[in-house]
Design a protein around this ligand. Structure first.
Ligand code: SAM
Length: 444
C-alpha cells in the first residue's frame, strides 16, 4: 500500500495544505517512490485536481459535514480526493473510489474515522452533490464553480468584463501545456523536433513564440536534449519579454530580477563575449542566483552571464548612469497569470499583495531608469494579468519620467498588441499559456 498513488496523493495534499508548494512536493514524492508512469499520472492528477478545485470541493463537502475544517487534515484531504475523483474523473467507478478511500482511512486512522469516511462517501453517492447553480450571489457562484477567490473575480470583471472573465476562468482549470525553448546558439528548431520525436515525445509548434515548441507524453527535463543544454523548459509566454528586445551580440544588458534565470539565459544566447556582449543578472540573495548560474552553465552561456546579489532598488552606487544598452525588469508580481500551473496562487494572494507589489515595481523602475543609455530600451514584464501591476505601474512611471516613451512591443513578435495598446497582454485563455504583460519603454 505504501506506493499506492491515492495514499501518496492524500499525504502530499496534507503537506500542501500545511504550506508546501504542490510542484516541489510532487517532485519529491515522485523521486522518493518507485511508481509506474500510470500511477504517477493518477497521483499528479488527484493532487493538482484537489488544489485546483478546492473551493468547489469545500462547498460539496459542507453539504455532508458542517465544519470540514475541524477534521484532521489528512481526513479532509482524503474526502476531497474521493469527491474530486467522483465528480471530475469519469473513468473511475464510484465503487473503486469508495473502496480505495476506505482502505486509506483504515491505514491512516482508527475505526471511528474509517466509519465516518465510509458514511460520508456513501451519502455522497446516494444523495448526489449539491448544485452550485443555486447559489444566488453571482460572484460567489463563479468563485465556487471555478474555485478562484472572489476578489480576483471582482477585479477581472471590472477590468475585462464578464465574457472575458468567464473565458479566463474556464481555461485555468484545463491541464497546462509543457513548452520548451531551444538554444539557438547550439541547435535549431528542425533538429530539435527530429530529436525529440525520436526520443518518443509528441511535438507541436507554438503560436506564441518562434523559439518554442509544445512537448507532450513525458517530462522534457528527462530528455537527452535537456541534459545537453540544447533545450530548456520555459512557458511560451515567458519568452515574449526577451523575444521583444531585439538584442545585439555586443549589448551590455541588465536583467534586474533574474532568478531562476529563464530570461537571463534567453538573453545570453544572443550575446557574443568577443564583441563585449554581457548580461548582469541581479536578484535579492546569492541563494537565488545559484539556479541562474547552474542554468547558464548547462546552456553553455556562463561566459557572458555576470550574477550579482543586489536589490535592484539599490543599484545607484553600483553602476554609473547610462551604463546599459538595454534593461529587462521581469518584476516580482502576484503571478495571477500563472494560476493554471501554480493553482495555490488563486487562494494565497490578496488584493493588498497586489497593491504592495505595485509599489515595489515602481520603485525598481525608478531606481534603474537612470542606468539606461539614451536611445536604449527598458522592457518591463510581469506574469500577472491585473492592471494595478501592469498598465497602472507604467502610467505612473511615465508620469514621473518624461524622458521615456512607450514603444510598440510587438514589432519582433509572432503575436500582436491588442486593439490600440502598445504593450502586449496575453491572457491564460488566449493560447492556454501563462498570462503575461510586456511593455517596452525607450529613453529619448
Ligand atoms: C518573476 S521572478 C523573475 C523570473 C526570472 N526573470 C526568470 O525568467 O526566470 C522575480 C524575481 O525578482 C526577484 N526580486 C524581488 N524583488 C527584487 C528586488 N528588489 N531586486 C532584485 N530582484 C528582486 C525575486 O527574488 C524573483 O526571483
Amino acid at each position: 500500500m505504501e506506493n499506492n498513488p491515492r495514499l501518496l496523493a492524500v499525504k502530499t495534499l496534507s503537506k500542501i495544505s500545511g504550506g508546501a508548494y504542490s510542484n516541489l512536493q510532487l517532485n519529491q514524492v515522485i523521486n522518493n517512490n518507485n511508481m509506474s508512469n500510470r500511477d504517477i499520472r493518477l497521483m499528479t492528477n488527484i493532487v493538482y485536481g484537489v488544489v485546483q478545485h478546492r473551493l468547489t470541493l469545500e462547498f460539496y463537502l459542507k453539504a455532508f459535514i458542517k465544519d470540514g475544517n475541524k477534521l484532521d487534515t489528512w481526513v479532509r484531504e482524503l474526502l476531497y480526493s474521493a469527491i474530486y475523483q467522483m465528480k471530475f474523473l469519469d473513468k473511475i467507478p464510484n465503487r473503486a473510489i469508495l473502496n480505495e478511500s476506505i482502505n486509506i482511512a483504515k491505514k491512516l486512522g482508527h475505526a471511528g474515522i474509517r466509519k465516518m469516511v465510509t458514511g460520508v462517501l456513501h451519502a455522497v453517492i446516494n444523495k448526489g452533490l449539491p448544485s452550485i447553480d443555486e447559489i444566488s450571489d453571482n460572484t460567489k457562484k463563479l468563485s465556487i464553480k471555478y474555485s478562484v477567490s472572489e476578489w480576483i473575480i471582482n477585479e477581472l470583471i471590472q477590468q475585462l468584463g464578464m465574457n472575458k472573465t468567464i473565458s479566463i476562468l474556464e481555461s485555468i482549470n484545463l491541464p497546462s501545456k509543457q513548452s520548451i525553448r531551444f538554444n539557438s546558439l547550439v541547435t535549431n528548431k528542425s533538429d530539435v523536433k527530429t530529436a525529440l520525436i525520436s526520443e518518443g515525445y509528441s511535438v507541436e509548434d507554438s503560436k506564441v513564440s518562434e523559439n518554442s515548441l509544445l512537448v507532450s507524453k513525458k517530462s522534457a527535463a528527462k530528455s537527452e536534449l535537456f541534459k545537453m543544454g540544447k533545450i530548456t523548459i520555459q512557458d511560451e509566454s515567458a519568452m515574449l519579454p526577451v523575444d521583444s528586445m531585439k538584442i545585439k551580440a555586443s549589448d551590455c544588458i541588465l536583467d534586474a530580477c533574474s532568478a531562476p534565470g529563464g530570461k537571463t539565459i534567453q538573453i545570453a544566447e544572443q550575446l557574443d563575449e568577443k564583441l563585449g556582449g554581457k548580461v548582469y543578472a541581479f536578484d535579492l540573495h546569492e541563494k537565488r542566483l545559484v539556479k541562474v548560474k547552474e542554468n547558464a552553465k548547462r546552456m553553455h552561456v556562463d561566459a557572458v552571464v555576470k550574477t550579482k546579489a543586489l536589490d535592484a532598488r539599490k543599484i545607484n552606487n553600483e553602476f554609473e548612469d547610462e551604463y546599459f544598452d538595454k534593461i529587462l525588469i521581469d518584476a516580482p508580481c502576484s503571478g495571477i497569470g500563472l494560476i493554471r500551473r501554480k493553482p495555490e496562487i488563486r487562494y494565497e494572494k490578496k488584493i493588498s499583495d497586489v497593491e504592495h507589489l505595485a509599489n515595489i515595481q515602481l520603485d525598481i523602475l525608478d531606481a534603474v531608469a537612470g542606468k539606461l543609455k539614451h536611445g536604449g530600451v527598458l522592457t518591463y514584464s510581469t506574469c500577472t494579468i491585473l492592471n494595478q501591476e501592469n498598465s497602472d505601474v507604467i502610467s505612473n512611471f511615465l508620469s514621473q519620467h518624461s524622458e521615456f516613451e512607450l514603444l510598440k512591443t510587438d514589432e519582433n513578435l509572432i503575436i500582436n498588441c491588442k486593439d490600440n495598446e502598445k504593450w502586449v497582454r496575453v491572457f491564460p485563455d488566449d493560447f492556454n499559456s501563462d498570462g503575461f504583460f510586456v511593455c517596452k519603454l525607450r529613453k529619448k
